[in-house]
Design a protein. Sequence first.
Length: 178
Amino acid sequence: MRRLTAHERALWARVAASVKPLPGREVPKLPAVPTPAPAPAPVQPPAKAALAPGLPRRPTAPTTKPKPPHPLGASLDGSWDRQIARGRLAPDRIIDLHGHTVATAHGVLASAIVAGDGARVILVITGKGRPDRPARIRDELMHWLERPDLRPHVASLRNAHPRHGGSGAFYIILRRPK
């Protein structure tokens, strides 16, 4: 069994002093706690020496903080995420935007969201893109959903299950009509 350090003994003494003994018991006497020696001055790290050519550099920790979740992903409870993860979410409408231009894709998507026909989950297939042809519609989707005409209708945006297209498709969960 290891012995307590001076710091741990000091902490224990403070805790023991704050405890009221049970009736009929007396407070045990604690051994005197020696005052800890002053801590040595911190050692300054040596100046960064230049690495010899050909030696790999040591990776540094990232300094950026993780981004908070997007507001379009924050308004659903866990049951939605479980249904998506298990592939059990059944979309009420499917919109395939392959072959559309950015302008026509926005029009098709906006009319489906604003339609008000009782659909709650819309599966939007945007495609993944290719190195020679990036997925412009996929890149614009978040911007379209944040516009003032569509934002009030959208509760959340989630990546689709692989069964429904994986990273080339999204579920748009609409708010309940009022």
